[in-house]
Design a protein around this ligand. Sequence first.
Ligand code: PLP
Length: 397
Amino acid sequence: MAIQQTANVAALTAPTAPPAQPAELDASKVSIILANELKPVPPPTELKFGQAMTDHMMVVSYDPVSGWSTPEIKPHGPISLDPASSCFQYATNVFEGMKAYIGPDGEPRLFRPDKNMDRMTMSAARVALPSFDTNELLKLIRRLVAIEKRWIPTQKGHSLYIRPTIIGTRPSLGVAASDSALLYVICSPTGPYFPTGTKAISLLAVGETIRAWPGGTGGYKLALNYAPTFKPQQYATKLGYDQCLWLLGDKVTEAGAMNFFVVVRRDDGDLDVYTPPLDGTILPGVTRDSVLALASAHPSHTLLPDIPPTVRLHTSERELTMSELSAWAADGRLLEAFCVGTAVVVAAVARIGHGGKDLVLPTHDGALGLVGRALYERITDIQEGKFAWADWSVVCV
Ligand SMILES: *Cc1c(COP(=O)(O)O)cnc(C)c1O
């Protein structure tokens, strides 16, 4: 009662303030609480993807009235949410995957982080989560990465995996957009996807269970796209394949959570580099975009490692079907297939199970072929700050 009265008196005597606008995300307001005790960093050889978490995380929340809260960098730990929260009930969950690397100057750097930021706001908008200033989020990520620098492994192919996430926190069972949200960033040190280096993987073409369809959400990094892939993935594993190759009818879309490329020999000795177009069923990968840009730049703007300047790479975003892959394989023109994504960078495909048979690709001694290897080397060199290309490598301070 007393509190109520005080509030009323204050309201009567206060000068009339203009209605408050919801606050924008503002990295300059960040509050930093460092962990009292730091965890031991696991030796690089013991890193399993996504298992070890660093000491700190970044957390900021959105409320429809007050807007974005004061961002906090604080010890990594559990968060507490109402069980009715939108994210648990209606899958209002968006994530990103990006990496930080240590450059030759000892400074941490990010690879094309603006692409991840833009994609994150696109995904958030698709499930009606609030938007935010991507530059401010990037500043917060750079700050967090700088704080977690000791966690970034320096060995080739090692990095700090960064998982920005935004989830709907509206605590109501009403089937509607979440007007409140939690945005957080966690980090995990990671080694190469395959401990043995770049071992070729096998794919099982899956057409009965569909990952994405025209007009659906496959082009957005929404958590709801992934849970339905776990059962087919278990089936592929049981049959001895590493990942699913997702089909739409006869059309090839993606493999696992990676974009898919093939290299086809032309009659004149040049090479065609094909990947399916961004028709809404394909996740617009940052690695995919980088592969297309670098392959197109050879040989006029750069020479990719070990690819002769006399060989041109003709990139094209075009539909690919299993029938075409089989026909090219039968003609001996299908030289390489590879999968690309932040976690793996570039992984060779050794065989594709389809209709009870295996389409077998040239072996390249179980590793990447000419084009896949050149792209892997060039992209990791750019990521690790050893080769400058456009403004793709961003130092964290
Ligand atoms: C994240 C992801 C990719 C790869 O995108 P990158 O930005 O290169 O990491 C490809 N396909 C799917 C389905 C993905 O979720």
